[in-house]
Design a protein around this ligand. Sequence first.
Ligand code: KIV
Length: 291
Amino acid sequence: MSGTDFLPKITIPDIFARKKEGRRISMITAYDYPSAQVADDAGIDIILVGDSLGMVVLGYENTLKVTMEEMIHHTKAAARGRKRALLIGDMPYLSYHTSVEDAVRNAGRFVQEGGAEGVKVEGGRKRVRVIRAILDAEIPVMGHIGLTPQSIHMMGGYKVQGRIFEKAEELVRDAKILEEEGVFSIVLEGIPDELSRIISSELKIPTIGIGAGRYCDGQVLVFHDLLGFNSCYLPKFVRKYANLNDEVKSSIRRFISDVQSGDFPSDNESYSLPRDVAEKLLMKYGVTAAD
Ligand code: KIV
């Protein structure tokens, strides 16, 4: 029995309704069975199998190298660990840029093979045709605007977006266009506080922020950032709730030392033969108790 066994499964309409109810949405990324299981058990609302997988788990320098095969592999694992949370798959770079047909087929793979209940697509008005087609295939879509990591080369780096008036207005319009198309929520990444406040108040669908301040209808963090399970630079918007990297490293160091000293394994951590069998064997092979 786990912590959320008595709670009902979270659905897309539940997430949509949260905004009216004024209940903030919690979302975390997860990329495998244990991370999805622990997040689900803790009571998270949405698990996103983000393409941050590429940087956080696979060690790529950015998210552009992540493939559909990698995303499906990890979505399947996360789906096996999740019981209650809504599971969203992140469409990787080039899985929806080449044609509407490719986009629908790839979105469908997240649902059919991966076990996700919806997909996330980066980009604003440029993505309208693709988002419409995915929705037409009965697949819920989460939008994602602002600092969209798949556009790193166009943006010239991971830079806060919407800082000048015209760009801020463009983002407000993008958010409204995505809402009109029918996305059920929008991730706002790397934009100023005041701008996400305006967008969130202009929309009926919930906004979920990451580096977008306090006025969003929900917040998302990357699993490894939240837990301090990495040693890389973390942007200022990350709140670290643990320092797993240090904890894991010191545990592994203690294991190494116990192995080297012979302290591990102890008698309690070993299996033994029935006494008569042991005595017979030890005698036959000439091994004394001290050996
Ligand atoms: O891939 C990811 O982890 C994301 C979140 C940061 C929203 O897109």
